[in-house]
Design a protein around this ligand. Structure first.
Ligand code: NAP
Length: 283
């Protein structure tokens, strides 16, 4: 039976460490790190995410400001707000909650954020730094996944890693991080042929698809580490992309849903905001 990787406990440890660093930052700088979160429209899931991000910010001692804009906000109105946040000295991190309504081009919004304040790590400058091995802001969920892997104590170098999903938010950046950690990385997607066989050769399996229990127990290589990013709400209950009970029979380590990747994503948002604030005051 697999050992469960407790994302809640690991995230709590990170939040405690960040809170202590925030105190020292605030003493040195004379002001706390500041995060601005922008929410456009009334998507209920986004509202929940934004509320939990705001709560986490308050708990570690950040200055945090949530901007709730109406559903009919135009792209230029949103870009104007981002521009004002780019130059606001109280703000070191800017996060525009995705998805944005259809009249707004999310790429244009991401590109408008100052890369130094891009705590989601989605700006092409930060993505480029990630792929080319330069220091920059790393997307929160992939950064959290690497910490979850690290917490197991397994050696990543030389392992076969399969990432299922190639989104800019999770799949591509986590593949880049695994490659940087010297894993042999395969990235699968909806057009991949023979996915179960690929999965069976993976020592590290990261699944970020958004399909309830797509990955079955007999896809898991005995002794593998399984990171389930999926969040699929079905009739009020949350499911991962991995059939947890079956997979836990084969894996050495596995993340649960909920309580695995999710809490680490928020902890890494705090870490990114603190890193951004430190870099900005260093100049
Ligand atoms: P996304 O942008 O929708 O990307 C999904 C990826 O899965 C795409 O690359 C798609 O392939 C691939 N895919 C779809 N069906 C597939 C199949 N049958 N076999 C193999 N690959 C398939 O999703 P995302 O934003 O990366 O999110 C993925 C999941 O993670 C969602 O459930 C989301 O809610 C969750 N998530 C959780 C957190 C967290 O903090 N816990 C954070 C972010 C996301 P194509 O590229 O070919 O379309």
């Amino acid at each position: 039976m697999a050992q469960i990787i407790d994302g809640r406990a690991l995230a709590a440890k990170f939040r405690g460490e960040i809170a202590a660093k925030v105190q020292s930052f605030t003493r040195r700088a004379g002001f706390p790190p500041g995060l601005a979160v922008v929410l456009v429209g009334e998507d209920p899931a986004s509202q929940i995410y934004v509320r939990s991000k705001e709560k986490a910010c308050r708990e570690v001692g950040f200055y945090s400001k949530v901007h709730c804009l109406p559903q009919e906000t135009t792209q230029s109105e949103l870009l104007e707000l981002v521009e004002s946040l780019n130059t606001d000295p109280r703000i070191h991190g800017i996060l525009v909650q995705l998805p944005v309504p259809d009249q707004i081009d999310s790429k244009a919004v991401i590109n408008s954020i100052d890369p130094a304040k891009d705590v989601d790590g989605f700006h092409p400058v930060n993505m480029g730094r990630l792929v080319t091995g330069q220091p920059g802001l790393v997307p929160c969920t992939p950064r959290g996944i690497m910490e979850l892997l690290k917490s197991t104590g397994i050696e990543i170098a030389g392992k076969n890693a399969l990432v299922i999903g190639r989104s800019n938010i999770v799949g591509k950046p986590v593949a880049a991080l695994l490659l940087a950690a010297n894993a042999t990385v395969t990235v699968a997607h909806s057009k991949t042929v023979g996915l179960p066989a690929l999965a069976r050769s993976a020592d590290i399996l990261v699944v970020a698809v958004g399909r309830k229990e797509l990955v079955k127990g007999d896809w898991i290589k005995p002794g593998a580490v399984v990171i389930d990013v999926g969040m699929n709400r079905v009739e009020g209950k949350l499911y991962g992309d991995v059939a947890f009970q079956e997979a836990a029979q084969k894996a050495a380590f596995i993340t649960p849903v909920p309580g695995g990747v999710g809490p680490m994503t928020i902890a890494m948002l705090l870490a990114n905001t603190l890193d951004a604030a430190e870099a900005i005051i260093r100049g």
